[in-house]
Design a protein around this ligand. Structure first.
Ligand SMILES: *Cc1c(COP(=O)(O)O)cnc(C)c1O
Length: 398
């Protein structure tokens, strides 16, 4: 029996995460999608090749261009995002590189909101510049500055929402409208929000990028990336991916699909625990400031309320009257969160941005990027909220 197509317009997000993109009946009558360990796919005869090419028959040809498991993951991710199409990559950065390389030519310009994953900025500013692409950075959430930075060479506007590590929230209607007004495409890296909490496509944004390494896969056990958007706009991006070769192994895809089954349940816990831990930190006397979009004290609380259905597990906070070493001592004193970069997995992670990602950065650049010595970034996992709060309390009071 054929199943009714499962989309985010007709079904809830848990149903989409578990069921969308999959065939109702699968090879071998297996409930799970098989792992297709194949670098290449065979044709029965010469006519089959011609049918595939001339009639654009839906099937695989060679592993770099696609794999049946990858197609399932892409359909599921598109259904979660509410987009027409999605392209899977071997990492979030591969997705960013794939899109930027497809869309920008020598002489073109890209405008960034400046609070962002440092490697995205580095790729454009340091590497695309070698190919004649100009990167302009403007202050996050300064829409007038973004508009002023646009000229007739501008081809792409890029932002994260929430931004990393300050958790600023973009007014997506405004951001998309600036792009539309000037005929410039827009990209939101919504890794920190996930499609559970934010749907940039509904606001008119052209492309949504995720490091699927984080919440989508959710288990700190793989790297993957995805770009969602319209089939037409993504067509050249998909073609370049087939040439770049930044694709996932069949086993990696299986792990991603398995992780996605519990996506909605995990997000419920990240959202609930993230808010409770942020509220606890905000009331603790050793904490100077907490950045979390679900707190009323957050600079963009109103925009967050308007655009997001939850605020995730990432919390950034400043320790009161602490130098970098006193701050490091708190990181070292927690017992449940592990010290590591990344976020979005079932295990909580903690880091001091100064040491983890910005150690080799000059003090001037750190000031420019708003990275303070007393800053801690906590990625709340799905452990019991009370245990995490108790652990943070003892670390702050040690
Ligand atoms: C981790 C991250 C990336 C990069 O993704 P990888 O999967 O590590 O390549 C990009 N953007 C954001 C916001 C991230 O957190």
């Amino acid at each position: 029996m054929a199943s009714k197509k499962i989309t985010n317009a007709t079904h809830g997000i848990s149903t989409v995460a578990v069921q969308a993109g999959e065939a109702h009946q699968k090879p071998g009558h297996s409930i799970t999608d098989p792992i297709f360990c194949a670098s290449t796919f065979t044709f029965s005869d010469t006519d089959a090749i011609i049918r595939f090419i001339e009639e654009k028959e839906e099937r695989e040809e060679y592993g770099r261009y696609g794999n049946p498991g990858e197609k399932v993951a892409e359909r599921k991710l598109a259904a979660l995002e509410g987009s027409e199409d999605a392209i899977l990559y071997s990492s979030g950065m591969a997705a960013m590189v794939g899109l930027v390389m497809t869309k920008l030519n020598a002489g073109d310009e890209v405008v960034f909101f400046d609070e962002c994953y440092h490697r995205s900025r580095e790729f454009c500013a340091k590497h695309m510049s070698r190919f004649g692409v100009i990167t302009r950075q403007v202050k996050a959430c300064d829409y007038d500055a973004m508009e002023a930075a646009i000229n007739d060479k501008t081809k792409l506007l890029i932002s994260e929402s929430p931004t990393n590590p300050h958790l600023s929230i973009i007014d997506l209607d405004r951001f998309a409208a600036i792009g539309k007004k000037h005929g410039v495409e827009t990209l939101i890296d919504a890794t920190l929000a996930t499609p559970y909490n934010l749907k940039p496509i509904n606001h008119g944004v052209d492309y949504v990028l995720h490091s699927a390494t984080k919440y989508l896969a959710g288990h700190n056990d793989l790297l993957a990336g995805v770009i969602a958007g319209s089939t037409e706009q993504l067509e050249p991006v998909r073609k370049l991916r087939g040439i770049m070769g930044a694709v996932n192994s069949a086993h990696n895809i299986y792990l991603l699909l398995r992780g996605l089954k519990t996506f909605s349940l995990r997000m419920q816990q990240h959202n609930k625990s993230g808010l409770a831990v942020a509220q606890f930190l905000e009331t603790h006397p050793r904490v100077e400031k907490v950045y979390y979009p679900g707190l009323e004290s957050h600079k963009y609380y109103d925009v967050a309320q308007k655009t997001m259905s939850g605020f995730g597990g990432l919390i950034t906070f400043l320790v009161k009257d602490a130098d970098w070493r006193a701050t490091a001592n708190i990181v070292d004193a927690v017992t449940i969160p592990r010290i590591a970069p990344s976020l979005g997995g079932v295990e909580s992670l903690i880091e001091q941005p100064l040491v983890m990602s910005y150690y080799e950065c000059s003090p001037e650049d750190r000031a420019r990027f708003g990275i303070q010595d007393n800053m801690i970034r906590l990625a709340v996992g799905i452990e019991d909220t009370d245990d995490l709060i108790e652990d943070l309390k003892q670390a702050l009071e040690a």
